[in-house]
Design a protein around this ligand. Structure first.
Ligand code: AMP
Length: 610
């Protein structure tokens, strides 16, 4: 039976889990790590690297190493968030053909879903290697606060990676699922998720019958670990400027090293009270002299540098509670998610806020993937009743449309349980109006333009009549993935039009199809690469063995014509094997591996006899 995997597609790290024999397993990658950096790189030779391999070469190839693509997914080029990334990222981003964002890898511009697809494809491969079978279906998590554009783009990324994303679930909901599944508890729980790039908090009710109901959710898709790193970077850069009058930001390589060192210092400060940051030869003084950076950062200083970031999460927690109509003391358990929750100040602030210690026992880096895996198993064909779960999630932002005066008319308020739909009747506002344009928006601002435009569509062919005489019914629907679709109906003619609201910043169907093909090519290439690597190792091992025995064999049979002939042939095989390796010719190499094995057997026979 085909397994459905659960993927936590994180800003900094991704993680994949699957349910086996009733319990969720977090799958380790080849390096033995259970999380894989959400990083993609292209080497000078045009080789694509994903995960740890990409991270390891980030310093020397900063311009072609993409991280934090999740911060850009589903966003428009002209959004403030994109501007912020473009100012700080070590890679280049450009405007795409749909007012979307494209990321440069070497000379090629890639859409953001394409970059995320490379990470998803890697997670798929990790799962396939573990399971020993192909995987085509996944549950993928997104921050609860993701709007429709971001969800749609995440689904597109799945498709490009060759994965049918059968459900999108919210990260905090997944965490609650991992925490409460199978425990038969009846409790109000808060999930505080501070990851690499995003912050979410959700209040849920977990029912003993396996029902997970989200009551409210709040968050900020631009608040996470990287902002903490940035404070350390800033502190180092300013210090360096004061000391040497030089700006480290001007040097991409230096900046990348600073970034790594800052994250490392931050992580260490979760365990120790003081760290030393040491970056020798960080920059040249311009007078033929190398400058070093060396500073000590205390936990207290680090907490001072980042206190306002933690404060921001506290304000968002308050909002989530307000929206749920609850007091902090009503929350019976607090689940921490995301690597950043290991920071003592974060833990302290959350404990203080709720007046209780957060629950231990769920692994903050893996809990979301585990929840996704559990949901995946529940959605599998033939899932057992024990595997079933009922997730009642909510829409994180108000859905509405633009009306006269540029105002937003709310239709489905935030925190409404999904799936849901609302129907509303409208009348024409002008005489002889034959078409209406509907702008679908998401967000809380009164001014429509300040909200996220999800899409627009035009209902045409209305009967000519005086204003107010033609009635149109519009139905807005949000499915369990949080994805929006809209139908409009001319009540008189029954004429209907519907759209799945694809983001104006999204990709067209044709573009996605082309990218899926490219993704397949890459998977094939990668398989070929792996096959070659395996053969190369085998061939080199055999060559080594044959060469080791060469002199002995020569001593035994080198005197005869037959022997000399055999030795010459052996040398020929070795040469051809080396040539095949140089040319990366898999077919030829296979042949030479066979020939080398035969030669080795023969050599061994000679040595044994001789
Ligand atoms: P996530 O997106 O959940 O993988 O969270 C990753 C973020 O957590 C990154 O910003 C990491 O630097 C940060 N992180 C990981 N481990 C720790 C730690 N021990 N202390 C503080 N931050 C950490």
């Amino acid at each position: 039976m085909e397994k459905v995997i659960g993927i936590d597609l994180g800003t900094t790290n991704s993680c994949v889990a699957v349910v086996e024999n009733g319990s969720a397993v977090v799958i380790a990658n080849r390096g033995g790590y259970k999380t894989t950096p959400s990083m993609v790189a292209m080497t000078e030779a045009g080789k694509r690297l994903v995960g740890h391999l990409a991270k390891r070469q980030a310093i020397t190839n900063a311009e072609n190493t993409i991280y934090s693509a999740k911060r850009l997914i589903g966003r428009k080029w002209n959004s403030p968030q994109v501007t912020q990334v473009s100012q700080t990222a070590s890679y280049n981003i450009v405007e795409g053909p749909h007012g979307d964002v494209r990321i440069m890898l070497r000379d090629k511009a890639h859409s953001v879903p394409e970059i995320s697809a490379m990470v998803l494809a890697e997670m798929k491969l990790i799962a396939e290697e573990y399971l020993g079978q192909e995987v085509s279906k996944a549950v993928v998590t997104v921050p609860a606060y993701f709007n429709d554009n971001q969800r749609q783009a995440t689904k597109d990324a799945g498709a490009i990676a060759g994965l049918d994303v059968i459900r999108i679930i919210n990260e905090p909901t997944a965490a609650a699922l991992a925490y409460g599944f199978g425990r038969n508890i009846d409790r109000t729980v808060a999930v505080y998720d501070l990851g690499g790039g995003t912050f979410d908090v959700s209040i849920l009710e977990i029912g003993a019958s396996g029902v997970f109901k989200v009551i409210s959710t709040a968050g900020d898709t631009f608040l996470g670990g990287e902002d903490f790193d940035a404070r350390v970077i800033n502190w180092l850069v300013e210090g360096f400027k004061t000391e040497h009058g030089l700006d480290l930001r001007r040097d991409r390589m230096a900046l990348q090293r600073l970034k790594d060192a800052s994250e490392k210092a931050k992580i260490e400060l979760s365990a120790v009270r003081e760290v030393e940051i040491n970056l020798p030869f960080i920059m040249s003084s311009g007078r033929n002299e190398a400058l070093h950076l060396q500073r000590t950062l205390s936990r207290a200083e680090f907490e001072r540098l980042t206190a306002d970031l933690v404060e921001r999460t506290v304000a968002i927690m308050k909002q989530a509670l307000d929206d749920a109509g609850l007091q902090a003391s009503d929350v019976e358990d607090v689940v921490l998610v995301g690597g950043m929750t290991r920071m003592p100040l974060v833990e302290r602030s959350v404990a203080e806020f709720f007046g209780r210690e957060p629950s231990k026992g769920v692994h903050p880096d893996e809990v979301v993937a585990v929840g996704a895996g559990i949901q995946g198993a529940a959605l599998m064909e033939g899932a057992s009743p024990q595997q079933k779960v009922v997730l009642l999630d909510v829409t994180p932002q108000t859905l509405g449309m633009m009306v006269a005066g540029g105002l937003m008319e709310p239709l489905i308020p935030k925190d409404t349980t999904v799936p849901t739909s609302r129907t509303k009747a409208f009348t024409t506002s002008r005489d002889n109006q034959t078409a209406v344009k509907i702008l679908v928006m998401q967000g809380e601002a009164e001014q429509a333009s300040e909200n996220e435009l999800l899409g627009e569509f035009i209902l045409t062919g209305l009967r000519r009549a005086p204003a107010g005489m033609v009635e149109i019914e519009v139905t807005f629907e949000i499915n369990a993935d949080g994805i929006v679709s809209v139908h409009a109906k001319d009540l008189e003619t029954g004429k209907e039009q519907s759209i799945t609201v694809t983001a104006s910043s999204g990709l067209t169907k044709e573009e996605i199809a082309a990218m899926i093909d490219q993704g397949k090519n890459f998977a094939l290439e990668r398989k070929k690469d792996e096959e070659f690597e395996g053969l190369r190792q085998e061939a080199e091992g055999l060559v080594h063995e044959v060469e080791r025995l060469f002199d002995k064999v020569a001593r035994v049979v080198g005197g005869s014509d037959y022997g000399r002939d055999a030795l010459e042939k052996a040398q020929g095989v070795i040469e051809r094997a080396r040539l095949a390796i140089d040319r990366r010719d898999v077919a030829a190499l296979k042949e030479q591996v066979d020939a080398l094995s035969r030669t080795l057997r023969m050599f061994k026979g000679v040595v044994a006899k001789g």
